[in-house]
Design a protein around this ligand. Structure first.
Ligand code: SAM
Ligand code: SF4
Length: 330
């Protein structure tokens, strides 16, 4: 069977699916307080439409699917959807990215339905600061969700911290310490440029190397060299003697485009071959006009051939993405 390989010979193995543009939080760097303008409900793909795309992507070489949003756990029927995904032959790994607000309620059913692992976004361990960044007072619920996810058998449970200078960089070491007594994988992510009212600027972005140096100044770090489940582009370390691990992700300062094996499906049915490129291929029309699988397949291959060599965040010509993260699917 022909595989999804782009014009730079990168084989696409990973599909990120946004199942909704809705969210129960309003993070400063992702959405305005009143929320983003939502797509009309009938423009959002139905689960059976998403499953059709997923099935074809898996047929042509995708082995790993991440479900995201918006907030994926606010879409009705998400557990059954994960159950359907897990029935796809050839799919080896299903993960979800969530803000964790309702995770404690969903962790066990999701695991039972076939979810393998979970990434929880968390940018502050301070109640007031958490409430400020998310515009929601839900820190306790998120922390409970992390423990429930582990108790349910989801492995690994990852925590994603977006580090923003002057906002939460004073918590970097506190986040690293979480991995000492809990088996969580804490990942530090550079702040990326999207079109939000918060206003990205280079000065607010701390490089992954700087973040690691800050931690290494206080804790004893050891590199981890083997490739773990879904390690992706993270450079991995461990605090000596700790139960969990640390990952450093540098989309801004050291992009990993050369090894990028991803495609994204937006909630409204567009394929985006690069997070930072606004070039999209529409699948929704073909999904709804009675087209056969060969048409959808051709559109998938076309979007893969349009995947750019890399993004240009560090070049003068870079412009912020037209969509925000919540609309692309993180
Ligand atoms: N609502 C879910 C959540 O927050 O995990 C899933 C969708 S959210 C858009 C996915 C991820 O994008 C989150 O980890 C969030 O922190 C991240 N994100 C949003 N805007 C970002 C930015 N400007 N730079 C880096 N990460 C960002
Ligand atoms: Fe919602 Fe996730 Fe965006 Fe926060 S980062 S507003 S939780 S979609």
């Amino acid at each position: 069977m022909k595989k999804l390989v782009d014009s730079y010979k990168r084989q696409i193995k990973y599909l990120r699916i946004s199942v909704t543009d809705r969210c129960n939080l309003r993070c400063l760097y992702c959405m305005p307080a009143e929320g983003v303008k939502l797509a009309p409900p009938d423009s959002i793909l139905r689960y059976e439409e998403i499953l059709r795309v997923a099935r074809l992507a898996v047929e042509y070489g995708v082995t790993s699917i991440r479900v995201t949003g918006g907030e994926p756990l606010v879409r009705k029927g998400i557990v059954d959807f994960i159950g359907e995904l897990s029935g796809l032959r050839g799919l080896e790994d299903i993960s979800i990215t969530t803000n964790g607000v309702v995770l404690s309620e969903f962790a066990a059913p999701l695991k039972k339905a076939g979810l393998n692992r979970v990434n929880v976004s968390l940018d502050s361990l301070k109640k007031d600061r958490f409430a400020k960044v998310t515009r929601g007072d839900k820190l306790g619920a998120v922390l409970k969700g992390l423990d429930e996810a582990h108790a349910a058998g989801l492995r690994p449970v990852k925590i994603n911290m977006v580090v923003i200078k002057g906002f939460n960089d004073d918590e970097i070491v506190d986040f690293a310490r979480i991995s000492i007594n809990k088996p969580f994988h804490v990942r530090f992510i550079e702040y990326m440029p999207f079109n939000t009212e918060e206003g990205w600027d280079r000065e607010k972005c701390i490089s992954a190397d700087e973040i690691r140096d800050i931690i290494a100044g206080e804790l004893d770090l050891e590199p981890i060299n083997e490739r773990g489940a879904g390690a992706g582009p993270a450079r991995r370390f461990k605090v000596k003697g700790g139960l969990g691990e640390l990952g450093f992700i540098s989309p801004v300062t050291q992009h990993f485009c050369g090894e990028c094996n991803r495609l994204r499906l937006t909630a409204d049915g567009k394929i985006r071959a690069c997070l930072f490129s606004d070039t999209e291929v529409d699948l929704r029309e073909a999904l709804r006009n009675g087209s056969g699988d060969s048409v959808i397949k051709d559109l998938l291959f076309r979007s893969v051939m349009e995947k750019p060599a890399g993004h240009q965040i560090n070049e003068n010509i870079f412009k912020k993405c037209a969509r925000t993260m919540s609309l692309i699917g993180g």
